[in-house]
Design a protein around this ligand. Structure first.
Ligand code: AMP
Length: 631
C-alpha cells in the first residue's frame, strides 16, 4: 500500500483503520465504538474500551522483556548513570504510586510534577497513569509566577518536586520557587513529595512536605495494580501558551493517546522492542511526554532520560550515548543542532554511530543549512516533523514505516494518517485547494486519536480558541501559515498569532508583556519575536516608562532593563526573558490605538514594515529603527 492510500483510508474508512491501530495496545475491555463525533468538535475515541497507559508502557512488557533496559537515566550534571530494566521500572513506579495514594491521590485527581530531568520524574508520570490520576508537568525552567497560575488552574492534590536541578555544573534550586509559588497560589496542595538529590538544602514545611526516600522505603514492597480506566478518561494536562496571557491546560485522553503513540512508533518512528530511543527534549514539553516517556516505552524500547547540556563535558556527549546504548532513533530540535554545528565536527566522527537509523527534528522550522550539516555529518535520514502540544504526535512528517518517502528541504512532509489537513483563506474562510497557495493550516474534525480532548475545565475556550477562527467553518486552526505543493508536501511559514518560538519553546508574547507590566515604572509594553540565527527567534521588549525623568543616562536605562529582565526571570523563568528590553517614548500604533506588532517585528528584523498609512505617529517606528539598527 502506498502512503497516499494509507492516508486516504484513514479518512474514508476511519473506523476500520483505527480499529487496526487499536490492536497495537492492550485493552481490558475492548472498545464498543471507534469514534463518537456526535457533539463536534468534541471527539470521543474508543468509547466503551478500558485500558491503562502505564500498563501499556510498563507492565505488559515485564513478562517478555523484564530484564531488558526500559529507562536509562543519564546525568552529566551529577555524573550519574543508571539503567532501569522493565521489571525495575515497574517496581519503582509501584512505589511511587503507593506513595501518592498514601498522600491522598485518587482516580481523577491531579498531581503537579515540577522536576528536573531525572528518573523519578518519569516514575511520577507513570505512577499517576497507573492509578488514574492526571499529571500536570510544569517545565523546570518556569519560575514561581508561571508555576502558581498552573497550580491554581490544575488544583493538584499533590506536587512532586525536587531540591533542584543543575545546569552547566551549577545547582539550580527548585524548592524555593515551589514554596513561593504555593504561597502565591490560592489553591494549596495537600502534600508535597520531594526528591532530595543532595544538590541544594531544603526547608521542609511540617505536615505538608514529605521525603521521597522515606515514602519509597515505606512502600518498598508495595504492589499497586493498574487502575483500568475508560479510554476517554483524561490522562494528563499540559499547559501551553496562546494569544491570551493565561496558559491553556491541554487535556489528553487515555485510550486514544496510547493508540496514537503506538501507531506513531510503528509507522513514523519505526522503533522496535529492545532498541534504544533517545529524545533530547525535556519532560516539561509535549515531546517529552510522547517521545521520552510514553511512546518509546509503549513500543517496548529503552528510553534515555538525559539531564545536561549537549556540549558538556564536550560536544560529543550525545554521540557517546548513541554509541554506548546503540541508539537507533533519535529525536531533537533544530536549535540544539545549531548549537552543535558551532562545535568541532570531529566530535561526530569520534564515535561509532552505526546503530543510528534516523534523526527526527521538531518544534521549530528546520533551516536548510542546519539540515544539510547534520545530514552529512550523521549520514542518516533527517526527518522533520511538525506538530503541537495540542496534537500530541506529528501532524506533518513522513511515515517511512508505511512507505519510504523522499524528504524535501524546508518541508516537514505530508499530512499524517488520521489528519485531514487543509488550508484556508483567513479572511474569507474559503478552502485553498490548489497548490502553492498560502493559507492557515487547519484540520477537519474529528481530530485523530491522541489529540487534545478539550481545554482543562473550559470546553468553551476549546471551541472558541481553536474552532472559530476560520470564518464560517468548524475546523481546528493550528495558527500556523502554510502552503502545500503539488506533491502534497506542506511548508510552514510561521504563526498567525502572537505566539513566538524561542529555541523550540513556545511562548506567548502576552504572557511576557503581562509580567513586564508589573514593574512599577512600566506604562506600556510590546513584546515581539525577532529572527535569531541560533534560537530561531528571540523575544524583544519595547517599554514606555511611566516616569522617564530619571532615565536620561545609559546607566539608568540599563538599570531599568536589568530590573525588567529580573521581573520576568522571577515570574516566568529565564526561558521567557527577552533578549533585549528597549526603552521608547511611544509604541507604534494605528490611529485607533492598535499596536502595530508586525511593523515592529519587521523593523527589528531589518525588513520593510509594509503599509503604515494607518500609523498614528511615524516617529514611533523611527525611534525603534534607531535603537535596533544603530548607525
Ligand atoms: P509546541 O506546542 O510548543 O510544540 O509549539 C508548536 C508550534 O511550533 C507549531 O504551531 C509551529 O508554529 C512550531 N513548529 C513545531 N514544529 C515545527 C516544524 N517542524 N516546523 C515549523 N514549525 C514548527
Amino acid at each position: 500500500m502506498t502512503y497516499a492510500q494509507f492516508h486516504q483510508r484513514s479518512l474514508t474508512e476511519r473506523d476500520a483503520f483505527w480499529t487496526e491501530q487499536a490492536a497495537l495496545i492492550d485493552w481490558q475491555q475492548p472498545p464498543q465504538q471507534v469514534c463518537d463525533y456526535s457533539n463536534p468538535p468534541f471527539a470521543r475515541w474508543f468509547v466503551g474500551g478500558t485500558t491503562n497507559l502505564c500498563h501499556n508502557a510498563v507492565d505488559r512488557h515485564v513478562a517478555a522483556r523484564g530484564d531488558q533496559a526500559a529507562l536509562i537515566a543519564v546525568s552529566t550534571e551529577t555524573d550519574t548513570e543508571r539503567v532501569y530494566t522493565y521489571a525495575e521500572l515497574q517496581r519503582e513506579v509501584e512505589r511511587m504510586a503507593a506513595s501518592l495514594k498514601s498522600l491522598g491521590v485518587g482516580k481523577g485527581d491531579r498531581v503537579l510534577i515540577y522536576m528536573p530531568m531525572i528518573a523519578e520524574a518519569a516514575f511520577a508520570m507513570l505512577a499517576c497513569a497507573r492509578i488514574g490520576a492526571l499529571h500536570t508537568v510544569v517545565f523546570g525552567g518556569f519560575a514561581s509566577g508561571a508555576l502558581a497560575s498552573r497550580i491554581d488552574d490544575a488544583e493538584p492534590v499533590v506536587i512532586v518536586s525536587a531540591d533542584g536541578g543543575s545546569r552547566g555544573g551549577k545547582p539550580v534550586p527548585y524548592k524555593p520557587l515551589l514554596d513561593a509559588a504555593i504561597s502565591l497560589a490560592a489553591h494549596k496542595p495537600a502534600a508535597v513529595l520531594l526528591v532530595d538529590r543532595g544538590l541544594v538544602s531544603m526547608n521542609y514545611t511540617a505536615g505538608r512536605d514529605h521525603r521521597w526516600s522515606d515514602l519509597r522505603q515505606q512502600h518498598l514492597d508495595a504492589r499497586v495494580p493498574c487502575e483500568w480506566v475508560d479510554a476517554t478518561h483524561p490522562s494528563y494536562t499540559l499547559y501551553t501558551s496562546g494569544t491570551t496571557g493565561k496558559p491553556k491546560g491541554v487535556q489528553r485522553d487515555t485510550g486514544g493517546y496510547a493508540v496514537a503513540l503506538a501507531a506513531s512508533m510503528k509507522h513514523i518512528f519505526q522503533g522496535n522492542p529492545g532498541e534504544t530511543y533517545f529524545s533530547t527534549s525535556d519532560i516539561g514539553w509535549v515531546v517529552g511526554h510522547s517521545y521520552i516517556v510514553y511512546g518509546p516505552l509503549i513500543a517496548g524500547m529503552a528510553t534515555i532520560v538525559y539531564e545536561g547540556l549537549p556540549t558538556r563535558p564536550d560536544a560529543g556527549i550525545w554521540w557517546q550515548l548513541v554509541e554506548k546504548y546503540k541508539v537507533t532513533r533519535m529525536f531533537s530540535a533544530p536549535t540544539a543542532v545549531r548549537v552543535l554545528k558551532k562545535q568541532d565536527p570531529a566530535y561526530l566522527s569520534k564515535y561509532d554511530l552505526s546503530s543510528l537509523k534516523a534523526l527526527y527534528l521538531a518544534g521549530e522550522p528546520l533551516d536548510e543549512p542546519t539540515a544539510q550539516w547534520i545530514s552529512s555529518a550523521l549520514n542518516v535520514p533527517i526527518i522533520d516533523n511538525y506538530w503541537q502540544t495540542e496534537s500530541g504526535w506529528p501532524i506533518l512528517t513522513l511515515a517511512n514505516g508505511v512507505q519510504a518517502q523522499t524528504s524535501k528541504f524546508g518541508s516537514p512532509g505530508v499530512a499524517m494518517y488520521g489528519y485531514d489537513v487543509k488550508l484556508f483563506d483567513e479572511s474569507t474562510g474559503e478552502e485553498l485547494k490548489g497548490p502553492n497557495q498560502k493559507g492557515v493550516v487547519a484540520i477537519e474534525g474529528p481530530l485523530p486519536p491522541g489529540c487534545m480532548q478539550t481545554v482543562w475545565r473550559d470546553d468553551q475556550r476549546f471551541v472558541n480558541t481553536y474552532w472559530k477562527s476560520i470564518p464560517g467553518k468548524l475546523v481546528y486552526s493550528t495558527f500556523d501559515w502554510g502552503i502545500r505543493d503539488e506533491d502534497g508536501y506542506f511548508f510552514i511559514l510561521g504563526r498567525t498569532d502572537d505566539v513566538i518560538n524561542v529555541a523550540g519553546h513556545r511562548l506567548g508574547t502576552r504572557e511576557i508583556e503581562e509580567s513586564i507590566s508589573s514593574h512599577p515604572n512600566v506604562a506600556e509594553v510590546a513584546v515581539v519575536g525577532v529572527a535569531d540565527n541560533l534560537k530561531g527567534q528571540v523575544a524583544m521588549a519595547f517599554v514606555v516608562p511611566k516616569d522617564a525623568s530619571a532615565l536620561d543616562g545609559d546607566a539608568a536605562r540599563l538599570k531599568l532593563e536589568g530590573e525588567i529582565m529580573k521581573v520576568v526571570d522571577g515570574q516566568l523563568g529565564a526561558v521567557a526573558r527577552p533578549s533585549r528590553v528597549l526603552i521608547v517614548n511611544v509604541l507604534p500604533k494605528t490611529r485607533s490605538g492598535k499596536l502595530l506588532r508586525r511593523a515592529l517585528q519587521a523593523v527589528c528584523e531589518g525588513r520593510d514594515p509594509g503599509d503604515l498609512t494607518t500609523m498614528d505617529d511615524p516617529a514611533a517606528l523611527q525611534q525603534v529603527r534607531e535603537l535596533v539598527q544603530p548607525g
